[in-house]
Design a binder for this molecule. Sequence first.
Ligand SMILES: Nc1ncnc2c1ncn2[C@@H]1O[C@H](COP(=O)(O)OP(=O)(O)OP(=O)(O)O)[C@@H](O)[C@H]1O
Ligand SMILES: [Mg+2]
Length: 229
Amino acid sequence: MTPPPGTLLAAEDLRKSYGPTVALDGAGFSIHPGEVVAVMGPSGSGKSTLLHCLAGIVPPDSGSIVYDGRELAGMSDTERSALRRSEFGFVFQFGQLVPELTCVENVALPLRLNGRPRKEAERAALAWMQRLEVDDLAAKRPGEVSGGQGQRVAVARALVTEPRVIFADEPTGALDSLNGERVMELLTEAARSANAAVVLVTHEARVAAYSDREIVVRDGRSRDMERAI
Ligand SMILES: Nc1ncnc2c1ncn2[C@@H]1O[C@H](COP(=O)(O)OP(=O)(O)OP(=O)(O)O)[C@@H](O)[C@H]1O
Ligand SMILES: [Mg+2]
């Protein structure tokens, strides 16, 4: 597949089954640099599977995924994991912070894994924590902060490597609406200022309202929606 010029990440005719269960049945996708796309749809429709395929975490059975002009299927495992480490950031429903590390160490972790010295990594981590308004929690461990604060720490961690795409799977699913909106505001604001694209899986309309465009997944097939307003 050759996506139109200016496309950062595109997928065509993705199929994926788990045994007899068809998770993706010909799904497509595209996103431009800096764009925020909401992936919506009922439970079990294939949203997370689509996100995992796009992020190179799960290989589809067939179909094509092109990131920045390169087919993911044509890359080696090492190349794909390097891509995930350097170009992609991830936020999940439950922050998945490392409980033994402090918040600043958690945010600095992706940089440390990329070989950056501790001081430098933690300085960059603190700068992102400031933008997400959680720098005062730097020395606390994830178990000592609230759900909303933890998700903001997770967003800082996703952004610290200055990725070009952030994959967020129900990032506010475990939060009350006030905290959820604040996390979405800060996530989209920070992503836009860094010109990072966001693939945002949600089934909440108020969360999707933060996106530029919506894709609806139903029974493993996707449809691009024109925004009503
Ligand atoms: N690792 C797996 N093994 C077996 N079946 C799976 C696996 N992952 C997903 N499925 C199945 O594939 C289908 C799509 O699942 P997926 O997790 O993509 O849905 P979803 O839209 O993200 O749902 P939710 O909104 O509940 O998170 C479901 O029927 C699910 O049970
Ligand atoms: Mg899911």
